[in-house]
Design a protein around this ligand. Structure first.
Ligand code: GLN
Length: 488
């Protein structure tokens, strides 16, 4: 067959598998060969489970031959390395968990296995998901497949690079403040952060528990819907998961946006640091959407100026609490050279955690300490409520909000790594959706003069992922951006 199997989308591969035109073993082998061919340059994976993947592909082929076809039977996927895989290393991109082997599967993994998927391996990330470029990984560097001198975005940079470079058919990442949407934007693919509570986080290693959410990264919108179908829903083992009805997310992929009201947040579009290629691409996308029947209205999110500060206080506080468990006693790395317990804790954590993770633990511990709690975590939580209300008010006059995902296309490796504040500011468009708990997604909407992809962010009301998918699908059908692939 002349077609390159690793380039397939999930929905095309499902069709070919069902018609027995290809086998899952052929498909999985093709993707594994692709990984072998480009991994040296891209650096997307921390672990590749070749044997396990081929065994599952074989099982998928047996099932297909018996006519037992499940939604993702035989489809090879990659997983961000902070989602627990039973018996298979889960590092969180950290030296402290470099050899950690979870004794159980995350609900997400159980669901994917239940849907018939083949897990290829685990992808690189900023350590404990703290970062926007994947440069904070304690284990390796990931490069943007469109330009190997640029970052792939982060923290799910390995997942996004693996999808963009056809080193899997789709992937799952986590998004605490943009970590699915921003790398998807920088790599020219689709990324969705579902509503807080939509997808179970049982078995997701926690960064900031009130913000973390798992979601899909895919080559197109249809694949995103298929992946959402497979993993959404209430889970008894995640007390923050919500008992909301799960629709068939492919049913909303229909043409026509007549009557849709798109809100344009005035604060976002007047943002000073916006790259001209990004703003031109977003403007152009809005014209395309208007041409499809949508109407644009101006809305205001008056507390936007506080978003970055509120996020970095809340996320760091929660991280300092969640990461207290890595003490060298229960699991993960231990500095064996110590005889004193306190010294052992100190050395384990100093040697095991990277600089950025230590910075956040220190900020978070300080902000939560007696005498400061009210001034920092308490105040940030109050302002978070106001930020959420801004969205509720905006959704009184519009159905979805549209903005850039990131203020610039992917930047150069090394450019911002020594300047954490500039790195934090680059998250200005994505953080608010996590603070408000609403769904958001990134869809390719253009290229910079230098040939780097640019993403459009669509945000909607709680549990209204269907409308985001519909808008994204209509835009995708009216544009060619998703058809262009990086050349490696
Ligand atoms: N870049 C943000 C941070 O560093 C968001 C990361 C994320 O979503 N995991 O915290």
């Amino acid at each position: 067959m002349a077609m390159k199997l690793h380039e397939l989308t999930i929905h095309k591969a499902c069709g070919l598998l069902a018609q027995k035109e290809i086998s899952s073993q052929e498909l999985t082998r093709a993707v594994l060969s692709r990984i072998e061919a480009v991994e040296d340059r891209v650096g997307a994976y921390i672990s590749v489970f070749e044997e396990e993947a081929m065994a599952r592909a074989k099982r998928a082929d047996r099932e297909i031959s018996k006519g037992h076809i499940r939604p993702l039977t035989g489809i090879p996927l990659s997983i961000k390395d902070l989602i627990c895989t039973k018996g298979l290393k889960t590092t969180c991109g950290s030296k402290i968990l470099e050899n950690f082997i979870p004794p159980y599967d995350a609900t997400l993994i159980e669901k994917l296995k239940g849907a018939g998927a083949v897990i290829l391996g685990k992808t690189n990330m900023d350590e404990f998901a703290m970062g926007s470029s994947t440069e904070n990984s304690g284990l390796k560097l990931t490069r943007n497949p469109w330009d190997l001198t640029c970052i792939p975005g982060g923290s799910s940079g390995g997942s996004a690079a693996s999808v963009a470079a056809d080193m899997c058919l789709g992937s799952f990442g986590s998004d605490t403040g943009g970590s699915i949407r921003q790398p998807a934007s920088h790599c020219g693919i689709i990324g969705m952060k579902p509503t807080y509570g939509r997808v179970s986080r049982f078995g997701l290693v926690a960064f900031a528990s009130s913000l973390d959410q798992i979601g899909p990264i895919s080559k197109d919108v249809t694949d995103c819907s298929l992946l959402m179908n497979a993993v959404s829903g209430y889970d008894l083992r995640d007390s923050t998961s919500v008992q909301a009805a799960v629709p068939d997310f492919t049913a909303c992929l229909q043409h026509g946006l007549k009557g849709l009201k798109i809100g344009i947040p005035e604060q976002y579009h007047s943002s000073g640091g916006l790259d001209p290629d990004v703003s031109a691409s977003v403007e152009n996308a809005l014209k395309v959407l208007e041409g499809l029947g949508a109407e644009c209205v101006g809305v205001s999110l008056p507390h936007t100026d506080y978003v970055v500060a509120v996020y970095y206080v809340i996320a760091s506080c929660e991280a300092s609490s969640n990461l207290a468990r890595y003490d060298g006693v229960r699991f993960g790395f231990r500095d064996e050279g110590q005889t004193d317990l306190i010294q052992m804790y100190r050395q384990t954590r100093s040697r095991g955690f990277g600089e950025e993770v230590q910075r956040r633990i220190i900020i978070g511990t300080y902000a939560l300490s007696a005498g400061y709690y009210d001034a920092y975590y308490g105040k940030a939580s109050q302002v978070r409520t106001l930020i959420g209300q801004d969205f509720n008010n905006a959704f009184n006059t519009c159905d979805v909000l549209i903005s850039p995902v990131a203020s610039t296309p992917a930047f150069k490796i090394g450019e911002k790594v020594d300047d954490p504040l500039t790195m934090y500011l680059s998250d200005v468009f994505t953080l608010a959706a996590n603070l408000a708990g609403i769904p958001g997604m990134s869809v390719p909407c253009g290229f910079s003069a230098g040939g780097l992809p640019i993403g459009l962010q669509i945000m909607g009301k709680h549990f209204n992922e269907e409308l985001l998918l519909k808008v994204a699908y209509n835009f995708e059908q009216a544009s060619d951006f998703h058809k262009k692939r990086p050349v490696l």
